[in-house]
Design a binder for this molecule. Structure first.
Ligand code: PLP
Length: 220
């Protein structure tokens, strides 16, 4: 589906939700996509992209960013503590803060750097054992802990269980964000971004609907 069609669908969803388009940021998820597809979206004027691996993003974006200045990259996948340093240098937001050890490492690194990307706490609303994210009943305490470390928290992120109604998970995320005074909601992917917009998403992460199916380069 062309990029312009996605923009139109976002505009329609914003309109029916009575929301301003400026309050909704489209993150074009470029992981594993051929570079020509990524460039065609850059050529269309888009400047916000998402990657789920630090290494892949480090290989791809420094070059692309010299060709397309002012492009922002967000990390939407899991972050290992040994990759915090390159991650802080590359990304303008990290959507996968999900454990105290990672928070402490980011805080320590930020002391040396002086700046820190926007951070979103990933919440495992489906309580799936294999999935990253803080459990809903631990979220408030974890958010408080991050704030004590002076980390710049801007919101929450969720990846709902594949077999469940995403709206329930989006609504739960919005509720946790609201009671913690957090404005950012990173939720909604290719299959459900319109639902996410209706429930308050500020960042939707759309990959295959923009770029086409991903051609896997390695096993996930
Ligand atoms: C890959 C990925 C997406 C994009 O998924 P699509 O279904 O292709 O839109 C969104 N969020 C995360 C965390 C991802 O890893």
């Amino acid at each position: 589906m062309p990029y312009s069609d996605i923009q139109e669908r976002i505009a329609r969803a914003a309109d029916s939700a009575g929301r301003s388009l400026q309050s909704i940021h489209l993150i074009a998820v470029s992981k594993v996509q051929p570079i020509e597809r990524v460039k065609s979206v850059l050529d269309a004027g888009h400047r916000l992209f998402g990657e789920n691996r630090v290494q892949e993003a480090s290989d791809k974006w420094p070059d692309l960013r010299t060709q397309y200045p002012e492009t922002e990259i967000h990390l939407i996948g899991p972050l290992q503590t040994n990759k915090v340093k390159p991650a802080l240098a590359l990304f303008s937001a990290i959507h996968s803060l999900d454990r105290p050890k990672l928070a402490r490492k980011i805080a320590a690194e930020t002391q040396t750097r002086g700046t820190c990307p926007d951070l979103l706490v990933q919440v495992n609303t489906g309580e799936e054992p294999q999935k990253a994210g803080i459990l809903p009943h631990d979220a408030d305490a974890f958010i408080a802990e991050c704030r004590q470390m002076d980390l710049p928290l801007s919101g929450l992120m969720v990846i709902p269980p594949v077999s469940e109604e995403p709206a329930l998970h989006f609504a739960l995320l919005a509720k946790i964000a609201e009671r913690n005074g957090l404005g950012g909601l990173s939720m909604g992917m290719s299959a459900d971004f319109e639902t996410a917009i209706a429930l308050g998403a500020t960042h939707i992460r759309v990959g295959s609907a923009i770029f086409g199916e991903r051609v896997p380069i390695s096993s996930e």
